[in-house]
Design a protein around this ligand. Structure first.
Ligand code: PLP
Length: 339
């Protein structure tokens, strides 16, 4: 019942991806509270498995996990050095000339990395900006020089080769460790691995790592069941009406718990009682979902929405999104169990 997070599966996925890039250090991306699964639990579990390089989006996320990791763990901050930020114990990935000069003025001996833009046009030094500060930046010995791929989940996309080429051009002669690949880039092959890979969604059981072990099980507690007669309706807007004598279970989760209203729009969303599929009926409310359990011999204490039958990507597809968004939306209201 509740959200069950299998830390050993996260470790196994991290290791499986690390083994695909044997020449690179396998980093672990734990931004957005480890994709919603709890960075304070996930990061130490990955440290135990051997991870030493962690990535967060914000300095505040880095400060939250710093006390939970030994000193030899490096925590890189992808947003770099934002004005007024406390970066003690963290390594900002500087994204622009402004960040570079701010950082060097305020923490001249502080460790830093560099993020280059190889084509995604989201974060990082543009080639011209990099050319202007490159000599000075490299003389200060960055811990990492990295860039990020925009289309790595589409192996045939021409941007992959173009970004690889741009990254190679911008890093010619650079002796600092280099990094280009996240999960998708790791799967693209050795050309993309460089010195460090930044493993994210694949560790958490999501595509594009199709061979990932599932990490999350989510069981929703049954609060109440009732009999509904033919012609009676269920939920907001009366959008479902019984056509036979029915038994309806109401479970304790809704769109405020990351189960988007759009998941039920196709009318064929299912929850699971073990191996038996039970149709969701009516609309998803903020805190509640209603399920047709007429065909179940007994009503279990909880019905599952994420399990071996329906993973994060299968669920995501129903609402037109991606597994990343399902994970990061799960929210704080579920009782959590870590395996
Ligand atoms: C989120 C992110 C990653 C991890 O990406 P996944 O696709 O989850 O593996 C790596 N690097 C950067 C810069 C990111 O923003």
């Amino acid at each position: 019942m509740g959200l069950i997070i299998d830390l050993s599966a996260i470790r196994a996925n991290w290791k499986a991806l690390a083994d695909m890039a044997p020449t690179a250090r396998p980093g672990a991306v734990v931004k957005a509270d480890a994709y919603g699964l709890g960075a304070v639990r996930v990061a130490p579990a990955l440290y135990q498995a051997g991870a030493r390089d962690f990535f967060v989006a914000l300095a505040s996320e880095g400060r939250a996990i710093r006390p939970h990791l030994p000193q030899d763990a490096r925590i890189f901050v992808l947003s770099g050095h934002m004005e007024g930020e406390d970066l003690a114990g963290l390594i900002p990935l500087l994204n622009s000339p402004a960040q570079f000069f701010r950082d060097r003025a305020l923490r001249p001996r502080g460790p830093f990395g560099i993020q280059l833009d190889s084509g995604m046009n989201r974060l990082g030094f543009e080639p011209g900006e990099w050319a202007a500060v490159r000599t000075e930046a490299l003389a200060a010995a960055p811990q990492l020089v990295m860039s990020h791929l925009a289309c790595a989940d589409e192996p045939d996309h021409p941007a992959n080769a173009a970004q690889l080429d741009a990254f190679r051009t911008m890093t010619t002669g650079v002796t600092a460790p280099l990094s280009l690949a996240a999960t998708g880039g790791t799967l693209l092959g050795a050309d993309f691995h460089f010195d460090l890979v930044r493993l994210g969604v694949g560790m958490y059981g999501g595509l594009p790592f199709a061979k990932a072990q599932p990490v999350v099980t989510l069981g929703l507690k049954v609060i109440q069941t009732r009999d509904v007669q033919p012609g009676e309706s269920v939920g907001y807007g009366y959008s479902w009406t019984a056509s036979r004598p029915s038994r309806v279970a109401t479970v304790a989760a809704g769109y405020a718990d990351g189960l988007a209203r759009a998941l039920a729009r196709g009318g064929d969303l299912t929850l699971w009682a073990g191996d038996r599929a039970c149709p969701v009926i009516g609309r998803i409310s903020m805190d509640l979902i209603t399920v047709d359990v007429t065909d179940l011999p007994d009503i279990p204490p909880a019905l599952e929405i994420l399990n071996a039958h329906q993973g994060v990507d299968a669920l995501a597809e129903r609402s037109g999104t991606i597994g990343y968004e399902i994970l990061t939306s799960l929210g704080q209201r579920y009782p959590r169990t870590y395996l």
